[in-house]
Design a protein around this ligand. Structure first.
Ligand code: 7PM
Length: 260
C-alpha cells in the first residue's frame, strides 16, 4: 500500500488542479514501483494538526480518487469522516482506511451500504493528545481486544468478515517501547484471523532507533520494519517508499521460506 498525501505543502501553490496533477504523477510512480493499493489521504493526523473541514478534505481527495479509480487502480481513502467515505466510495474507492476504526457516527453504516474493504486501526486517545502519555497494562492484549471488538461491531452491522483488515496503529498513542512490543507480538493480532496492515513507514520510532530526525532519511529503517512485520504475518504494509520496500520483499522472499 503506497501512501499519497494530498495535503498542501511548500511545493504547491495551493491550487487544486496542480495539487491533483502532482499527486497523480506520484501515484503512477508508486504503481510502477509495485504498489497494489494507493492510499489517498487529505487530512493530517499529526498530533496538534489543525482540523480539516469536510469541504476541504473532499476537494483534496475526490478529484484524485476519481482519476485513479478510472485508470483501474485499487484506491483506499485514509479518512475518519463518513461524508468523505461516502463521496470516495461513489468516486470508485475500493477500501476505506480509518485510523478511527469507523467509530465516527455513521461511518459503519456508510461502509456497510457499499462493498468496500475496511481497515480498522487502533489508536489510544485523540490525535491532538495521544502522544502525551500513552499508558497500557498490556499493549498487545489491549490493542487486540479493541480491534476484535471493532471487527465484531462492523460484522454485526453488515460488513462481512472477508471485507475487514486490522491495523495496530504504530505511533498512535504509543511510545517506542509500545511499538516494539506490538511488532514483536504481532502474531497475537494475526491470530484474530483478519489480514493485518502494518504502518511503520518513516515514523518517529524509526527515527529514534536510527538517529534520523529527518523523516525522509528513515527509508532503510522503515524497510527493515516492514520486513519484520511481514515475517510475523502482516499481509499489507503501508509505506512511502514503495520501490525500496518491494525490492527488499522480492529479494527476501527469493531467499527461501525457511527465512520467512
Ligand atoms: C502525521 C502523523 C502525518 C501521522 C501522518 C501520520 C497509518 C494510517 C497514518 C497507519 C493506517 C503516517 C500517519 N498512519 N493508516 N494513516 N495505518 N492504516 O505516518 O499506521 O502516515 S497517518
Amino acid at each position: 500500500m503506497g501512501i499519497i498525501n494530498v495535503t498542501p505543502d511548500s511545493f504547491s501553490d495551493g491550487g487544486q488542479f496542480s495539487e491533483t496533477s502532482r499527486a497523480l504523477k506520484h501515484a503512477e510512480q508508486l504503481v510502477y514501483d509495485g504498489a497494489h493499493i494507493l492510499d489517498v489521504g487529505g487530512e493530517s493526523t499529526r498530533p496538534g494538526a489543525a482540523p480539516v473541514s469536510v469541504e476541504q478534505e473532499l476537494s483534496r481527495v475526490i478529484p484524485l480518487i476519481e482519476q485513479l479509480a478510472k485508470a483501474g487502480h485499487c484506491v483506499s481513502v485514509d479518512t475518519r469522516k463518513p461524508e468523505v467515505m461516502r463521496a470516495a466510495i461513489a468516486s470508485g474507492a475500493a477500501i476505506v482506511n480509518d485510523v478511527y476504526a469507523l467509530r465516527a457516527p455513521g461511518a459503519v453504516e456508510v461502509c456497510a451500504a457499499s462493498d468496500v474493504g475496511v481497515v480498522l486501526m487502533h489508536m489510544q486517545g485523540e490525535p491532538s493528545t495521544m502522544q502525551a502519555e500513552p499508558i497500557y497494562e498490556n499493549v498487545a492484549r489491549e490493542v487486540s481486544e479493541f480491534l476484535h471488538k471493532r471487527a465484531t461491531a462492523c460484522e454485526a452491522s453488515g460488513i462481512a468478515r472477508a471485507r475487514i483488515a486490522l491495523d495496530p496503529g504504530f505511533g498512535f498513542g504509543k511510545t517506542t517501547a509500545h511499538n516494539l512490543e506490538l511488532t514483536q507480538k504481532l502474531d497475537q493480532l494475526v491470530q484474530l484471523g483478519f489480514p493485518i496492515v502494518a504502518g511503520w513507514s518513516r515514523k518517529r520510532t524509526i527515527g529514534e532507533l536510527t538517529g534520523r530526525s529527518v523523516a525522509a532519511e528513515r527509508v532503510s529503517g522503515s524497510v527493515a520494519a516492514a520486513l519484520a512485520c511481514v515475517a510475523r504475518g502482516a499481509r499489507i504494509v503501508r509505506v512511502h517508499d514503495v520501490k525500496e520496500t518491494v525490492e527488499a520483499l522480492r529479494v527476501w522472499r527469493a531467499l527461501g521460506p525457511s527465512l520467512q
